[in-house]
Design a protein around this ligand. Structure first.
Ligand SMILES: Nc1ncnc2c1ncn2[C@@H]1O[C@H](COP(=O)(O)OP(=O)(O)OP(=O)(O)O)[C@@H](O)[C@H]1O
Ligand SMILES: [Mg+2]
Length: 266
């Protein structure tokens, strides 16, 4: 893995700036307004979590930020570059070099082995096959899958596929790492390990010595404490006050533990 050791020396810049983002799916009676005018800003060097009920627009928002999906209106700036005006190859090229995206559904290529899947973004960027496979092997070892390089996705558990997807997002050393539910399929210990890895990415510098940024969509209150900031979405909007939500979620967690008889054990 080529990620540098954690440091806090890099100056903070605005990593993500979204203004007035709107996105609808379908037309007429079946139209769904997934985003209703989202304003959202994240500084580099930070790990921001995005939470909110199912269907509120989290995947839509991070897909637009990552350049996987185009907005109907509004703008996205990544590290000072207006991303929303880019189209076609210019957008694909920039996405490949700036953003690592972990899809909610993994999106691994079924016929390829784990190491080949992780190597794909490097090969697309012109890295030789041999070097790409070497770096992919390192990235898989870093997520604890050094012994499963040749397994196909169908031969891996959900959590292992999740880790392959994370290795694929990190292998290109992206300045922005976006993870959609990275710990949903993982047990508590593996989830913490993955979050440590993701948190380190937010604290490390890229090849040019510039600080990175990590955006994580999650329902998983076991990992909320890794966030520098938590933003709550509801019905296509970012809610003004997120802290109450965090408190409530943690309170639910405590209540559940109390109900299950675990409340007295810290
Ligand atoms: N390709 C699509 N076609 C039609 N509707 C869509 C499409 N993608 C998303 N939607 C709708 O847009 C809304 C927001 O979806 P989105 O996937 O962003 O939600 P989410 O917050 O990520 O939910 P979850 O927590 O379940 O993953 C939902 O009502 C969804 O049904
Ligand atoms: Mg989603």
């Amino acid at each position: 893995m080529t990620i540098a050791p954690p440091t806090t020396l890099a100056p903070q810049t605005t990593a993500i700036r979204c203004v007035g983002l709107k996105k609808s799916f379908g037309k007429g009676a079946t139209e769904v307004k997934a985003l209703r005018g989202v304003d959202f800003e994240v500084k580099s060097g930070s790990l921001v979590m995005l939470v909110g009920p199912s269907g509120c627009g989290k995947t839509t928002l991070v897909s637009i930020i990552s350049g996987v999906l185009d907005a109907d209106a509004g703008s996205v700036e990544l590290f000072g570059v207006d991303w929303s005006t880019l189209r076609g190859d210019a957008k694909t090229g920039r996405r490949g070099s700036v953003v690592g995206f972990v899809f909610q559904q993994f999106n691994l290529l079924a016929p390829l082995s784990a190491v080949q899947n992780v190597a794909v973004p490097l090969v697309i960027r012109g890295v030789s096959q041999r070097e790409a496979l070497r770096r992919a092997g390192d990235a898989l070892a870093a997520v604890g899958l050094g012994d499963r390089l040749r397994s196909r996705p169908s031969q891996l558990s959900g959590g292992q596929q999740q880790r392959v997807a994370i290795a694929r997002a990190l292998v290109g050393n992206p300045r922005l790492l976006v993870c959609d539910e990275p710990t949903a399929a993982l047990d508590a210990v593996t989830g913490q390990n993955i979050m440590e890895l993701i948190k380190n990415a937010s604290r490390s510098l890229d090849d040019q010595g510039q600080s990175r940024c990590v955006l994580v969509v999650t329902h998983d209150n076991r990992v909320f404490h890794y966030a520098d900031r938590i933003e709550q979405m509801d019905d296509g909007m970012i809610k003004a006050k997120a802290d109450d939500f965090v408190y409530q979620e943690q309170q639910h967690h405590v209540d559940d533990r109390a109900r299950n008889g675990a409340g007295g054990h810290g």
